[in-house]
Design a protein around this ligand. Structure first.
Ligand SMILES: [Zn+2]
Ligand SMILES: [Zn+2]
Length: 252
């Protein structure tokens, strides 16, 4: 159910997308750059030790904290020099997608679903700097593992966020982690909680850690919550009809 205000925002936003824009090319570019970075970095790794492999889970956790921090403190807070990110997310993405109407219609809407490819390049540059520091202090393998894991996490983020805004959930609702983040993120699109709740976009680890989730349960329960609404905190706004993804029925 879409409000007239949201419908008007969508019409105006769509009208200003360049005619030459192609959603599938946008996505292909992201996965080409991310895939090339992953492939190149992986080719540089030789005879890795277990300790060097452990860089991967460390980067997964770091990326999760970074995604939470960026979303909570930049994408939803106007910061000098970073206003473009705030405008694009709070003032555009959250107007285009609300908890009542969170789905995109055509691949041209990918313009507002996926980040521009330069965001991935900026993220890879940050990973490369961190990797170089680690390579200098410890080992080249560890440095390349940072780049590999960062590229994977970025592509993971874009895929999961797309899963949140795609309409057909017949398969997605049964996929662990994807169903969790889908409910988590669609709830985040409720304007009443979007500034301070459900800031993770991949796995709700940092939201659990910092108490910014709309759920009241432990870490494993958070990660595998799926569409469940049983543990939603009592002080969260009550869902209206169509507000939340329909829970999977028992026996379905
Ligand atoms: Zn979103
Ligand atoms: Zn947001």
């Amino acid at each position: 159910m879409m409000s007239p205000r949201q419908a008007q925002f969508r019409a105006v936003y769509r009208a200003q997308i360049a005619p030459a824009y192609h959603g599938l090319i946008h996505v292909a570019l992201i996965y080409l750059i991310g895939g090339a970075a992953l492939w190149y970095a992986a080719c540089q790794i030789h005879d890795a030790t277990l300790a060097q492999w452990l860089v991967v889970p460390a980067v997964v956790v770091l990326a999760n904290l970074f995604e939470w921090l960026l979303h909570a403190q930049v994408m939803h807070r106007p910061r000098r020099g970073l206003m473009g990110i705030y405008n694009r997310h709070t003032l555009a993405h959250h107007q285009f997608f609300t908890q009542d109407a969170p789905y995109h219609d055509t691949t041209r809407d990918y313009r507002i679903v996926f980040f521009p490819p330069y965001a991935l390049i900026a993220f890879l540059v940050m990973a490369a700097i961190l990797g170089s520091i680690l390579a200098t202090l410890w080992s080249a393998n560890a440095g390349w593992f940072v780049v590999c894991a960062a590229a994977c996490m970025y592509m993971n983020y874009e895929f999961f966020h797309w899963c949140c805004h795609v309409q057909d959930d017949r398969i997605l609702r049964r996929v662990p982690f994807v169903n969790t983040i889908r409910r988590h993120h669609i709830a985040h699109h409720n304007t009443a909680i979007m500034m301070h709740r459900n800031m993770n976009l991949t796995y709700p680890f940092a939201d659990w850690l910092f108490g910014t989730s709309d759920l009241n349960r432990g870490l494993l329960g958070h990660l595998f919550n799926g569409y469940g609404t049983r543990f939603i905190r009592g002080d969260m706004p009550k869902p209206r009809s169509g507000d939340r993804p329909t829970p999977v029925m028992a026996g379905e």
